[in-house]
Design a protein. Sequence first.
Length: 434
Amino acid sequence: IDEKFDAIVIGAGMAGNAAAYTMASRGLKVLQLERGEYPGSKNVQGGILYADMLEKIIPNFREEAPLERHLVEQRFWMMTDRSHTALQYRSDDFNEEKPNRYTIIRSQFDRWFSREAQSKGAIVISETTVTELVSDAYGKVIGVLTDRRGGTIFADVVVIAEGVNGLLGTRAGLREAPKAEHVALAVKEMHFLPRETIESRFNLVGDEGVVIEAAGTISKGMTGMGFVYTNKESVSVGLGCLVSDFAGASETPYGLLEAFKSHPSIKPLLEGSEVKEYAAHLIPEGGYKAIPELVGDGWVVVGDAAQLNNAIHREGSNLAMTSGRLAAEAIFQVKSRREPMTKQNLSLYKKYLEESFVMKDLKKYKDMPELLHTQAKNYFLAYPALLSNAMENYLRVDGTPKIEKEKASVRAFVKERKWTGLFGDAVRLARAWR
Ligand code: FAD
């Protein structure tokens, strides 16, 4: 390719597509390179799509995007090996004209999103891996090299949207490789079932959907979570834990997923299903403190590649889309002022991010990743077991006076953590949550 582009976008995931779409629709000349066979072919997500963030990019997306079910119910399960204690919210208010959250299948969704970017004029080339960022003598990024024949492809700015395990930014010295305690390894399966079976098992009507998010002894004392998401004719089931926890444990991701699927609360939901897809992927979970430098001379980094992921709320795609859109808007501003794509000018992207929910949310939870990592044994093993025992004790009617039952439950908590431990855990959690 001989021509020079206004921008090259590396990767056609949520962040890259949002950036490519936004820049192309503002009239910029955009080249997007994706290593997968097609956009989405390599992408894994549970996955919930947050409509508001896509609406800001493509307002009428509901008319054409491949959406599965809109969510009307969320179940949070605190699990032990034989039980779950649930916090469940369902509301008919979520059956609205423009639903707020949908389940999606990324391989279909990303393909559609990319076609939308192409319809705005972005040139998208798949099966092409960017192998290197090319810089000039002053260190300004001026283009990329790919695994295809040909030399440097030049652009005023490169948008790095290569996802969490992308190597380019690290290799070019723009950021460190993510630390093992800042990324989770998640495994996921797609279980196919007839539509009516899903609807009756999960108490759904039409395109309504439900999400189950689960934590507890299922992660064997590691920092992690399991999930079940309903699609139209399939159920996504998965589980992820921090890579640093796996490194020191005898558990394997697949072993944990098998145990999760065989749990008495999960097994009946999947009974008779046909498993058609299995995938493993990393999730950035380091939060605010793990965010690397976001801009430099001739480059910006967006989405998972920049650790922009809110693990506490299991939100990633919305932060990816928003960062891609805001980077594109900043680039458009710099371009329309006919100024160079320097670090200083591109810092407008950082300013936009700071003003958005992305940085505000990540800042709010800045201490949570470390707390969950260092206190995993308490939050993921001890408390779920104590809570389950207390619930069973409370519900089992066996002639024991209620006052004695209550005292026994309190005694169990104090025996496990002592009063100081209980107080400390509550204070630490409250502080990190603020
Ligand atoms: P990605 O989607 O990973 O896209 C990066 C793209 O870059 C890929 O297409 C890749 O092939 C390409 N690429 C990488 N390197 C190169 C290269 N050198 N050259 C060319 N192309 C390259 N988020 C939610 O909002 N809701 C959920 O329910 C949810 N569930 C999840 C469940 C699981 C199991 C996982 C793993 C993640 C989940 N997430 C969820 C997170 C969400 O998937 C990510 O935050 C989101 O995909 C990030 O988008 P991205 O564009 O930054 O990266």
